[in-house]
Each structure stands twice: as structure tokens, then as C-alpha cells.
Design a protein around this ligand. Structure first.
Ligand code: C5P
Length: 310
């Protein structure tokens, strides 16, 4: 049977999905809780940097990954594979799936690339296996896999709280042209949160999940330049203290005309907000000349959440 979301090639049903990466326009971090997580107050914005997943029927579960440093990601702990396994167990499915992922979102880059793959696997496998999975059920399974996985399903712009899994969609105006400077080596999210706790303990930072009101107002009004000035990531100082050269990358982007600059999530990707598309193109060209940057990509937000493609 051919449906909107599946296509037949030589009698093999293939489901394809595309999932966006994200930036956190604000990421405010509260004190470490007993469960090992930090309560956060965040504004997620999905951006047009996508990972693509293809799934085909199989007797067991397997995965092949291409692109963006993905050679290290194949193994039993791969988050997309864990997502497929979780869905199998949840619905008592005995079928398997052959997953192929083409990555564009940087690995361990602070843009939720692994989370995007898990979200994509949940969506694609639930279509492949013809499961009647309600959106709230998918969200619940996504939250079990990781703090950023539910947002990868939702996309757009959302305010996140708790571990980042409690989401409320936000209406914002404007198009946001980002330039993303990728680093040579990823950063470990727990390590960055740990460094953040040390900065708080040393009195160098304050633990609070409160998102500044002027940023919310600027997003609602679509004042891109004002948003750029108010970008606010509590993990930035921690990421910079672990990778001091990130400060030089941020400074280089600002000197090249970025309206705003921040470390994306737990880093080390640096995200620059440009005033418009032409400015983003100029900025990307300038950053490509920066020896501290491995690769530069442009992306626009908000982008839609995980969806099926043909
Ligand atoms: O949920 P996820 O697996 O993406 O989180 C990875 C790690 O990041 C957690 O094990 C935890 O150390 C840290 N984290 C946190 N507080 C959050 C989200 C993640 O401390 N809100």
C-alpha cells in the first residue's frame, strides 16, 4: 500500500523523515536536582539544518550512518536505535527496521543532532510499523530518550521547562538567519553542566531558570536585532571555560558584523544571528576564513519539526 508517508521501490516500503536541529535563544539553568538533571527555562528555535532518516522493513534492527562525524555513532547506544527499540517494546512489535541516517547537524555540537535522529526514528518507525501512536504518546517516549528529543518532534519555537521536555509552543514573528560555526571536536553535555555547577559554587554565576522579559517581547514583536542583543545562554561561560578559543570565535563573528553571538546549547557550535539573509552570507564567508572553525553553515529559523518526505 502506498500512503502519503511511504513510497515503494522494488516492492520495498521506505519511510523517509527529516528532522531539524535547534538553537536555544535563551537557556537559563537552575540548581542541580537530585535526579542528576538541572531544571531549565529555555526558548528552543528549530533551524533549517536537517538530518534525514530512511527506514525499511527488516527482521531485526540495524543502523547505517553517513556524514558529520557519524562514524563514531554506530553501536548499541546509538540514540536512534534506542528510540526504535523503545517503540518496539512499547507496542509489542516483532518487526525490525533498517535505519539509514544522513547527518548534517553536528555531532555533540549543542544543536541536538542525536536527539533529532531519535525523534526521526520514533516517527519513521511508527509509520513503517503502522502503529497508532498518539502525539502525546510519542512525546512521552521522546522524553524518555533525552531532554531535547520532544522538541525535535515539535519544531517551530517553544518555551521549554523541567529538563527541557515540558514544551509550550510560542508564537514569534520574523525570520532568523543564523550562521553556525562548527568546532573540530564535540563537547560532552554532562561535562558542561558540571562546569556550570562549579561556576555557580564559586559565585561566578547564578542558578535561575527565569527567561528575561525583554527577550520574550522582542521575539513576539519580531525585532531580530534586539533578539540578537539579548541572546542568553547560561552554559556559554562553562563551555568557554572548557574551550577558551570559543571566545575568539564569538569575537570574530561579532567583528565580522554579526548582530548577536552565542555558544549553541552546551556547545561547542557557535551560533551567530545576522540581520538578514545577505548579512548572513557575508558573515559565513568571513567565518570560513577563521582558522579556529572547522566548517560554517547557514540556517534559517523557525523550521518545522520532524516530518515525512517523499
Ligand atoms: O537528557 P539528555 O540525555 O540529553 O541529557 C544529557 C546529560 O545532560 C544528562 O545526563 C545531564 O547530565 C545533563 N542535563 C542536565 N540538565 C538538563 C538536561 C541535561 O543536567 N536539563
Amino acid at each position: 500500500m502506498e500512503t502519503n508517508s511511504t513510497s515503494m521501490h522494488q516492492d520495498v516500503v521506505t519511510v523517509r523523515v527529516r528532522v531539524p536541529g535547534k538553537v536555544n535563544v535563551a537557556l537559563k539553568v537552575g540548581p542541580l536536582a537530585e535526579d542528576g538533571y538541572h531544571p531549565i527555562g529555555t526558548i528552543f528555535q528549530a533551524v533549517s539544518l536537517f538530518d534525514e532518516l530512511e527506514v525499511r522493513p527488516s527482521d531485526d534492527l540495524s543502523i547505517t550512518m553517513h556524514g558529520e562525524g557519524s562514524e563514531h555513532l554506530v553501536g548499541e547506544q546509538n540514540l536512534a536505535l534506542r528510540a526504535a527499540r523503545l517503540l518496539q517494546r512499547h507496542h509489542g512489535v516483532s518487526d525490525g527496521a533498517e535505519l539509514t541516517i544522513r547527518k548534517t547537524i553536528p555531532v555533540a555540537g549543542g544543536m541536538a543532532g542525536g536527539s533529532a535522529d531519535a525523534a526521526g526514528a520514533l516517527l519513521a518507525c511508527s509509520i513503517l510499523w503502522d502503529l497508532d501512536t498518539r502525539p502525546d504518546e510519542l512525546h512521552e517516549l521522546a522524553a524518555q530518550l533525552g531532554s531535547d528529543v520532544p522538541f525535535a518532534l515539535m519544531g517551530g519555537v517553544a518555551r521549554g521547562s523541567g529538563r527541557g521536555t515540558e514544551l509550550v509552543p510560542m508564537l514569534t514573528r520574523g525570520s532568523y538567519y543564523w550562521v553556525l560555526a562548527m568546532a573540530e571536536e564535540g563537547l560532552s553535555t554532562p561535562e558542561v553542566f558540571g562546569r556550570r555547577d562549579e561556576l555557580v559554587a564559586e559565585g561566578l554565576a547564578t542558578a535561575s531558570t527565569r527567561i528575561p522579559e525583554p527577550l520574550l517581547e522582542a521575539l513576539a514583536a519580531g525585532q531580530v536585532r534586539r533578539v540578537a542583543e539579548l541572546l542568553d545562554n547560561d552554559l556559554q561561560a562553562a563551555a568557554i571555560s572548557l574551550r577558551p578559543h570559543l571566545q575568539q570565535v564569538l569575537d570574530a563573528g561579532l567583528a565580522a558584523g554579526a548582530a548577536g553571538a552565542m555558544v549553541s546549547g552546551s556547545g561547542p557550535t557557535c551560533a551567530f544571528l545576522a540581520e538578514g539573509e545577505a548579512e548572513a552570507m557575508d558573515l559565513a564567508t568571513a567565518l570560513r576564513g577563521c582558522p579556529l572553525v572547522r566548517a560554517v553553515r547557514r540556517a534559517v529559523g523557525p523550521a518545522r519539526g520532524a516530518w515525512t518526505v517523499h
